[in-house]
Design a protein around this ligand. Structure first.
Ligand SMILES: *Cc1c(COP(=O)(O)O)cnc(C)c1O
Length: 512
């Protein structure tokens, strides 16, 4: 057990080692090279030979030690046994999934938070936690250009930090359903339906699953860049009404996971005009942070978010510089959350509580306890300033535009969709043996070639990209945004991508 002075020493060492980690980051393999089950075999890590050669010591690995161990050993085992099993999402050649924010400001905030932990479920638990959250959520709302209703200081709507975008969406669906069934108590739960698209993140389907409510995924088209159109939604609303169903919500996306598609919020808003009880939730988990830059607000549809969205979510913990976890959710009317989730009996409600003088955030989400996440936003936004935050977003988008320009100029590849913010979706375009006389290429053969290309890419330790399938087309995603990525890393990635493509094409030609 560490006492205060031992903690001081171990803490200094931990910070030193974290700094060394960042100095060495670029030289590490992006993807962890361990095999499944490596850790159980390697624990408790009493030996200094590389992990793959450690002998199995089943007896020791199966239970916690009887006697406490020296903390230096434990701290050394982190380096020896854990780090090799870590995939480095902060590596400058990490282009998979989406960026994962990690700033030293965030690390230090997490350290302070865990040094005085508390469950923060109401104001009195730790007044600073609630009050800082209310303040920084307003800072963020203003930085993104959200209208006044979304501000905590408006006393009407407000912002709350959730664990993830999936939690934010679940909370929004709970609120929307509760609002709808309060207005229409005669309607049965099995007749309710809410909408997503085929490109919406799994959070929509999951919310339907958890709540036992039907979730209907609407079709989107390549010619619309996979965005949901108002006409499609309108048709679904009419069909469901005829079938005796009751639509109560649409989850729209700004920046889908697969291709960065942006649903047409203006058209969606118009389509639900005749259905005033339909709640619009905008999931912008990845791309929402681009709203910090005025030049991206049109593409991210700020005006329509302000006009039509009942709730809006973006994750600071992706591209927004705040270490995981930190998902931010704003609602235009906080009563819809508290009416659905307030576990305070009526006689305990107070004028101040209802007016928002004292916010009890436990009534704005599913759990009772909550982490003091706002400290991370506070540290980051103060240290970077809005300008620093904007520059960071712009840098990611510029680097992606550079990558997209290389793809465009190459005869080997095509962009499957227009680059979206800091994401490019591309594939090899190559004649296949079953190409048609009119020059059209077989989709299945091309998919096969691209799968082989991606298999080559994903077997490399020095880079990571992810695959996706969009309406039957297999493609590769290139997502920029790690803090240390520079033009040099894009150039290196481009060389690797070309090499792997050439190898895949060569293999392909031999097989035919
Ligand atoms: C990443 C992502 C999600 C899921 O985020 P979690 O916070 O992990 O739940 C949802 N929607 C979009 C558009 C995303 O990019």
């Amino acid at each position: 057990m560490l006492d205060i002075e031992e903690f001081r020493k171990a803490g200094y060492q931990a910070i030193d080692r974290i700094c060394d980690y960042y100095y060495s980051l670029e030289k590490l393999p992006v993807v962890s090279q361990v095999q499944p089950g490596y850790l159980r075999k390697a624990l408790p890590g009493k030996c200094s030979i590389p992990v793959s050669h450690i002998e199995v010591d089943q007896k020791n690995a199966d239970s916690a030690p009887e006697q406490g161990e020296d903390f230096q050993d434990i701290q050394d085992d982190y380096q020896k046994l854990i780090l090799p099993g870590v995939t480095h999402w902060q590596h400058p050649s990490f282009f998979a999934f989406f960026p994962t924010a990690c700033t030293f400001e965030g690390v230090i905030a997490d350290l302070y938070i865990s040094s005085a932990p508390n469950p923060g479920f109401n104001w009195a638990c730790s007044p600073a936690a609630t009050e800082l959250e209310a303040v920084v959520m307003d800072w963020a709302a203003k930085m993104f250009g959200l209208q006044n209703n979304f501000l905590n200081s408006s006393g009407v709507g407000g912002g709350v930090i959730q664990t993830t975008a999936s939690d934010s969406a679940l909370v929004a669906v709970v609120a929307a359903r509760s609002l709808y069934t309060r207005k229409h108590p005669e309607i049965k739960q099995e007749d309710l339906v809410f909408y997503t698209t085929t490109q919406t993140h799994s959070l929509g389907v999951k919310a339907g699953l958890v709540l036992g409510v039907q979730c209907r995924a609407l079709e989107v088209e390549a010619e619309d860049q996979f965005a949901l159109r108002g006409s499609v939604l309108r048709q679904a609303l009419e069909e469901d009404k005829e079938r005796g169903k009751h639509p109560f919500m649409i989850i729209a996306t700004v920046g889908t996971t697969s291709s960065g598609a942006v649903d047409r919020l203006g058209e969606i808003g118009e389509a639900v005009r005749d259905y005033p009880d339909v709640w619009i939730h905008v999931d912008a988990a990845w791309a929402g942070v681009t709203l910090a830059c005025p030049e991206f607000r049109e593409k991210a549809q700020l005006e329509n978010i302000n006009k039509y969205a009942d709730s809006f979510c973006t994750n600071f913990h992706k591209w927004g510089l705040v270490n995981f976890d930190c998902s931010t959710l704003w609602v235009k009317d906080r009563r819809y959350l508290t009416d659905a989730l307030d576990i305070t009996p009526e006689f305990l409600r107070s004028k101040h509580g209802d007016a928002g003088t004292v916010v009890d955030y436990r009534n704005w989400h599913l759990a009772l306890g909550r982490r003091f996440r706002s400290l991370k936003i506070w540290f980051v936004l103060r240290s970077y300033g809005i300008h620093g935050f904007q520059n960071y977003i712009r840098q990611g988008i510029e680097l992606n535009e550079y990558f997209a320009s290389l793809v465009r100029a190459s005869p080997t590849f095509e962009l499957v969709t227009e680059p979206s913010f800091a994401l490019s979706v591309f594939r090899i375009l190559h004649e296949t043996p079953d190409s048609q006389a009119d020059g059209s290429l077989s989709r299945d053969s091309l998919n096969e070639l691209n799968r082989s290309f991606y298999a080559g890419l994903s077997s490399r330790p020095d880079i990571l990209l992810t695959q996706t399938m969009i309406n039957g087309t297999f493609c590769v995603r290139f997502a920029v945004g790690a803090a240390r990525t520079t033009k040099k890393h894009i150039d290196e990635a481009w060389t690797i991508v070309q090499d792997e493509a050439a190898a895949a094409v060569k293999k392909w030609s031999k097989l035919q």
